[in-house]
Design a protein around this ligand. Structure first.
Ligand code: PLP
Length: 448
């Protein structure tokens, strides 16, 4: 955080130290260290007038670029016409219009209903309530490395890391059964990725259901189709299909958390489409609104949403302006064919990065689907020892050169999640810059 110079930046950082929580100014902080004065398309401009390529799309929220004018206009019109209305009290027209649009792009015929929320955390929380409330069973199976939100409820179901759960362990009881997610880079050496996925499914069947919880006491499985915060873990087919089989056998709901992976990010409207399975509940957030006005949603099946009356929601969930922004966002994504673009451009970007593990000792793995990509850093390739130090150095060096990737608690991976609208040459030049930084840091690690 002491990385950036410039008198205005220093002033703001001093203010941050005096006024903001420690996470914004500690040495370990993951914030970028520059202060944004303007956001536009694929760029961020800071208070010193420096321009940065935004490879984060603000954590996959601004999938159609920063401040899309048409979405902005739609939100403003919504505010003028409706201001704010609580949709749990006053159903309003934009709710119907948005739900209609969402149902048109639903990844499965089984998803026939939509609940609206405010944030991804709220959407996951609502999905778990629908699941447990309808099934009337206490347990949810969930997986290590997954993130479903920072609030204490979703923290219980999203054990992204021991770090973020530290001190809050007792706040959320024991209803979550937390199991390994098949991280195929760190799979047991003797297994193929498919065998690793199958092993976890068999482990649930043979051990969890025998020794931990009776299958009739499990309401459902909450999973990320790709575990994003964990470092873009792309599961093998055997895992996803195995979950569906277990759910069918025991009457569980599958809840696919698509808050990060939804809205074209992986080269499909929703990541679950890569496996073609049905799910009963699917929380959405982030990319739904084009980054302009907070709104989130949950797709649900008839059984999940119409067999029982389940209370969920928060005051500002389903805000009229958010609904109208989301409708406009979906319209633009269709018009610009952004889902197809994400698949194609993501493939080209991944191709550009593919040989990094061969070229650099500190790069253990490069992986991705669509515009959701990750580079994992190691100290030792054979042992796959994680290398947070190298990751942080590459991260900061990239920002210094005007390119902003994403780094989080699993800080041995650098993630690249640009807007789906990013200009191809800007993306490729940014990857050149990141590679330059990797080369530099790689050299500095040689002989250590
Ligand atoms: C998969 C997933 N679920 C839920 C959330 C929580 O969403 P929000 O931060 O909008 O509450 C996130 C946020 O990063 C996420 O990645």
């Amino acid at each position: 955080m002491t990385y950036y110079t410039g008198s205005r930046t220093v002033e703001y950082l001093e203010l941050a130290k005096r006024m903001l929580p420690k996470k914004f100014w500690s040495e370990e902080s993951i914030v970028t260290g520059f202060i944004v004065a303007e956001a536009k398309g694929s760029y961020l401009i800071d208070v010193e007038g420096r321009k940065f390529v935004d490879l984060t799309s603000q954590w996959s929220t601004n999938n159609i670029g920063n401040v899309h004018p048409e979405v902005l206009e739609a939100a403003i019109e919504g505010l003028k016409q409706y201001g704010f209305l609580i949709y749990g009290l006053n159903l309003h027209k934009p709710v119907f219009s948005l739900v209609e649009e969402l149902l048109k792009i639903a990844p499965s015929k089984k998803l026939t209903r939509v609940a609206l929320e405010l944030s991804g955390t709220g959407a996951v929380d609502a999905a778990v309530k629908f699941c447990v409330g309808v099934k009337k069973r206490p347990h949810i199976i969930t997986f290590m490395g997954q993130y479903h939100g920072y609030y204490t409820g979703t923290l219980g179901y999203g054990p992204e890391s021991a770090d973020i759960r530290k001190n809050y362990e007792t706040l959320y009881g024991s209803s979550a059964i937390i199991l390994p997610y098949p991280d195929t880079y760190r799979k047991p050496e003797q297994m193929t990725s498919e065998e690793w996925g199958k092993f976890i499914i068999d482990y649930i069947q043979d051990y969890i259901l025998t020794y931990v919880a009776h299958p009739e006491r499990i309401a459902g499985v909450l999973f990320e189709p790709i575990a994003c915060e964990a470092g873009i873990w792309i599961p093998p087919d055997s895992f996803i299909h195995g979950l569906r089989r277990l759910a069918d056998n025991y009457g569980w709901f599958l809840i696919a958390d698509e808050v990060m992976t939804g809205f074209g990010r992986t080269g499909k409207w929703f990541a679950i489409e890569h496996w073609g399975i049905d799910v009963e509940l699917m929380p959405l957030g982030k990319g739904l609104c084009g980054g302009i006005f907070p709104i989130a949603a949950v797709y649900g099946s008839e059984e999940a949403m119409a067999s029982e009356e389940i209370d969920y929601g928060t005051t500002f969930g389903g805000h009229p302006a958010g609904c109208l922004a989301a409708i406009e966002n979906i319209r633009i994504m269709k018009r610009e064919k952004l889902v197809e673009r994400a698949a194609q451009l993501g493939e080209e970007a991944l191709k550009r990065m593919r040989d990094w593990p061969e070229r650099y000792d500190i790069v253990g793995d490069v992986r991705g689907k669509g515009m959701l990509m990750a580079v994992e850093f190691v100290k030792d390739k054979k042992l796959k020892t994680r290398n947070p130090q190298a990751t942080r150095q590459v991260y900061l060096e990239s920002i210094k050169r005007g390119v902003v990737p994403l780094m989080d608690h699993g800080d041995w991976t650098l993630r690249i999640q640009p807007p789906l609208t990013i200009e191809k040459d800007v993306l490729m030049e940014s990857l050149d810059i990141i590679e330059e930084c990797i080369k530099m840091v790689d050299n500095s690690f040689k002989g250590r």
